[in-house]
Design a protein around this ligand. Structure first.
Ligand SMILES: [Fe+2]
Length: 281
């Protein structure tokens, strides 16, 4: 059970973007602190017009891409329906996007490759992201909320937001605890902001409360504790999986997708672990 007092113990950890950006001397890029963002700092992004003769965007979800390691699942051979998709259609990646990592030429190649795809790419953050780079990205409006813009048609869905696409409400909450962080170096290939801050937990609660704890879909990287303990017992329980368990208990939703465990697994009628599969919502 996630307890509010757990937050007290976490208060020393400032919110991911706020802490990183404070050191950079720039404006916070967090959606949570949107009140300090001026209109000129928000690059408005409107999705392209819908396809003629259609009334709905197509919406797909898949698992970690770990650019470049697992991006091949998005080739037209393995994801052929993309030939019929437009930038008005969306693919959501359930964390560990990996395309905001080191700014290398290889990374730029894959970002350009995605940018040139027919669909728009959306992702929640996982644990294998460069949060310093992620939090320095510009913020744009999207789906009645805000996203980080990686490039044209590539956007990061922030923690604790609820996005509306074709009247479907999608609650997103990235992050996970790395089980290999002992082998990683902070600021080079590991960031403590992989785990949410108190403000992000609060933001999530506030967003859900505003929506009467009712959404259509939940997209996360980690799974609720009761699910994680069943499908990946080697993964340790933590405050995030406890928090997600509390969200599971009090929220109404149709489906919940998560990617962290690198498994395609239908846990029950609502909870789906996804990795290589690409599922239409
Ligand atoms: Fe992963």
């Amino acid at each position: 059970m996630f307890k509010s007092e757990q937050c007290s113990a976490l208060l020393a950890r400032s919110r991911a973007c706020d802490r990183l950006q404070a050191s950079a001397g720039s404006v916070s890029s967090s959606g949570f602190q949107r009140e300090i963002i001026t209109p000129t700092e928000i690059l408005r992004w409107g999705p392209p017009p819908k396809r003629r003769g259609t009334s709905a965007h197509r919406l797909y979800v898949t698992g970690d891409t770990h650019i470049p390691a697992d991006i091949q699942k998005l080739t037209s051979k393995r994801f052929p329906v993309q030939k019929e998709m437009t930038k008005s259609d969306y693919l959501i990646i359930c964390g560990d996007f990996g395309g905001v990592w080191d700014g290398s030429n290889e990374e730029k190649h894959w970002i350009k490759w995605l940018k040139n795809k027919g669909f728009t790419t959306l992702f929640v953050d996982g644990n294998h992201e460069n949060f310093e780079m992620l939090c320095s990205l510009p913020i744009v409006e999207f789906g009645n909320s805000y996203v980080h813009k990686v490039d044209e048609g590539i956007f990061h869905l922030m923690r604790g937001e609820i996005y509306t696409i074709d009247n479907k409400k999608i609650f997103t909450f990235g992050g996970a605890a790395s089980h290999d962080k002992e082998n990683r170096k902070e600021g080079r290939n590991w960031w403590r902001e992989e785990m949410p801050s108190c403000d992000e937990y609060k933001r999530a609660e506030e967003s859900l409360l505003k929506n009467d704890f009712s959404v259509d879909y939940i997209i996360t990287h980690s799974a609720p504790e009761s699910i994680q303990s069943k499908i990946a017992p080697a993964y340790e329980k933590n405050e995030l999986t406890d928090f997600l368990e509390s969200i599971k208990d009090k929220t109404i939703y149709n489906k919940w997708f998560f990617g962290h465990y690198h498994k395609d697994i239908i846990c029950d009628e609502k909870h789906i672990g996804i990795f290589n599969e690409i599922i239409e919502l």
